[in-house]
Design a protein around this ligand. Sequence first.
Ligand code: ADP
Ligand code: MG
Length: 453
Amino acid sequence: MDLSVLVVEERERPVWEKARNYLKRKKLKLFSASSVKETYKILNREPVNIVLSDFNLKNINSLNFLKKIKTLRPDVEIIFLSERVPLSRAMEAMKAGAYDFYEFPINMKLLMTVIEKAAEKQTLYIEKMKLEKKFKERVNYGNIIGRSKAMQYVIDIVDSVASKNVNILITGETGTGKEMIANAIHYNSSRALKPYVKVNCAVFNEGILESELFGHEKGAFTGAAARRLGRFELANGGTIFLDEIADLPLGTQIKLLRILQEKEFERVGGNETIKVDVRVIAATNRDLRRLIDEGRFRDDLYYRLNVVKIELPALRERKEDFPLLASYFINKLNEEKGYKIKGISKDAMQTLLSYQWPGNVRELENALESAMALAKKDFIDASYLPAFLLMSEPEHSDCYRISNNLTLSEVERELIRLTLNKTNGNKTAAAKALGIGLRSLHRKIKEIKTPAP
Ligand SMILES: Nc1ncnc2c1ncn2[C@@H]1O[C@H](COP(=O)(O)OP(=O)(O)O)[C@@H](O)[C@H]1O
Ligand SMILES: [Mg+2]
């Protein structure tokens, strides 16, 4: 670990020289300040871990000095060195948050141990702050980005239903934030500290899904070597999130309906009736009413699930949120991946705005992440964005129109745009659809990005 120590040498003392030499030899990074003011300046600017200071300062009470440092940088630990002081004053300083108090003469080896311990405490403090921030983000709606009317409306509903014990159906295209909203509801409900269990109904076949949801008894089927608790039992007292609910087979739908109505079920292969208290949040990107018309979804189940419906807007329908979302993801990725991107160029923003975003917020985050990884400057410029964005079709045209005044190469370019958009930017699939080789597609894309003068 790189340790940085700031030595406050307001008074000249031989010990500072000695301490600096010693700490340097121990490969610590050293800063020194000759006044209180300079101390604050350095703390604002540099990654200092520990402050080493005289307890007797010239113009400021050392307790006030300590408090000021703790407000500026709550993570920094302070070690005071001093001549004899009354025990009561030393105690006061410790109570106010000083890490240690140390009387002259100083034993350097001992001082080094104290510094190392203080650094450990600082690391713990930083970890704790990170966790608290994460928890707060989950509990607040701070991580749901959107100032648009449509998103504010969603947040309002979340706010009013979270604490009520009703089932909720969340609908919206893929990547619009259905799971994020479900999380916000659970963590803002009275069940927040109880289990939160998620099941994706699309990834299992009927048999496996039922044993996932309801559990099974030993010997219920070949391979059922022991009793297994289902997700509903595991979620007892808390919330279950049923994702992709449209994929629930009809047989399983009846069993789910029974849980919603009677709050009871049996494990697969079992006779014992089990009672549970579980709040259900379901999500889908399909139109359940249509599935009901087609006989693939039970309407009674639909009404039970759909006590409150939250419809998430597609990203392209809330363009005013783009700048906010872009800066949110840029900050988030800077923090997570250590990038130092400061912003996004006008051109790039224009490109983001004119794309249709079938994958919604998830797709936007991925596009920004890839641009940030490629960026050679400290901002995202259109040329770093994935190719399929640069070629997105004009807004609101879902059919291809050729106007009379296009040149052959313009037609070609439109066709490539459209095809890449259809394949979500998958070049292999696009090349296949266009009947050309992948390499010629790459060449054509390159020509489009850098048109001949
Ligand atoms: N309004 C939003 N603000 C911030 N992040 C969002 C927003 N909507 C979606 N996301 C992020 O986009 C990604 C996809 O969201 P998710 O909830 O998994 O979508 P869905 O379940 O609808 O497919 C997640 O990383 C999520 O945090
Ligand atoms: Mg999802």
